[in-house]
Design a protein around this ligand. Sequence first.
Ligand code: GDP
Length: 359
Amino acid sequence: MSSKPSHSEDPKKGKKISANENTNEGSIAKLKAKKGRLPTANQLAEAIINGDTVALSRAITLTESTKPEHIEKANKILELCLPHANNSIRIGITGVPGVGKSTFIESLGSYIANKKNKLAVLAIDPSSSVSKGSILGDKTRMESLVNNPNVYIRPSAAGTSLGGVARKTRESIILCEACGFNTIFIETVGVGQSETAVHSMADFFLLLKLAGAGDELQGIKRGIIELADAIVINKADGHNIKNAEKAKTEFNNALHLYQPKSNGWTPEVLLASAIENKGIQEIWELIENYIEKSKTDRSFHQKRAEQNKFWLYQTIDEHLKSNFYQNERIKSALGQQLKAIENNETTPFAAAQYLLSIL
Ligand code: GDP
């Protein structure tokens, strides 16, 4: 394995982004030159299993494609990679824009990568098709991670639906694990439903918060707190330390109002300064404790099994929906029905009934 950094494709922008493809990057190029054609699914899977991150990036790009031949190839690669996956811990990280997610990921990521872990950083950003990639894709602040030979960073796929974007991220997790990454971070912005999607693919779910002016508990989406396995109050530095400590007490009190988690885990509130690398070791130790405990009591495996079942249904839903909307007859009838609704000639329910009946 060479440690020479190379580049991967940013699917949204069609430009090269710097990423760390710390492996035998020549192998795929050689395969291509030898055969004069693109590597097969078998060749790509073999290269991924051997730790080739160029092959990994290519396979992820295939999972993100909508072309039937790419989907077929991606599915074959996933099937071949699956027996080599699952050997990692998956950590979901969420928080509103500006809370310090990328700074925190850089800090925690560097800490664990320096402990000889191989880290893949993925993202779910359903807004990326609109905003052209608001997370990870344009993260210049993650420079030290990008240049770390133990780290692979892939921005969120673009997509029209959260389900579609989330599925691609989930497939990327499998591919990254098969490629030897033993720690996966999945970042998402704390707005909308994307936290639920990340929660459904993470072993440990971390919520980043900021200390406010004493009214921290207002405006918090109750649902997100319920999902969190730990809350980290970031930017606990400088003049903000006192506020952060106060917020920690308030969150701790608030957490006691919730039902304990099914595995008996009580979420903890920790302070951090991502920018000063403070509190990072404690957070990692907490995550390690959680993983150890949940592996001992088997809740780790139960959770993954539940998540797999959830993803079966999600995938079916997604498939049915996309088949429906991509159907040519539906497309034209949908236009007519929308017009009819606008003109008060039909009800939304009758229109939906009609559309569903013509497929
Ligand atoms: P994201 O939008 O959640 O990814 O947030 P960023 O990581 O981009 O950080 C937003 C801003 O907060 C940047 O200006 C960071 O330098 C700053 N920031 C991040 N973490 C800390 C921290 O621990 N302390 C302080 N004081 N500033 C921070």
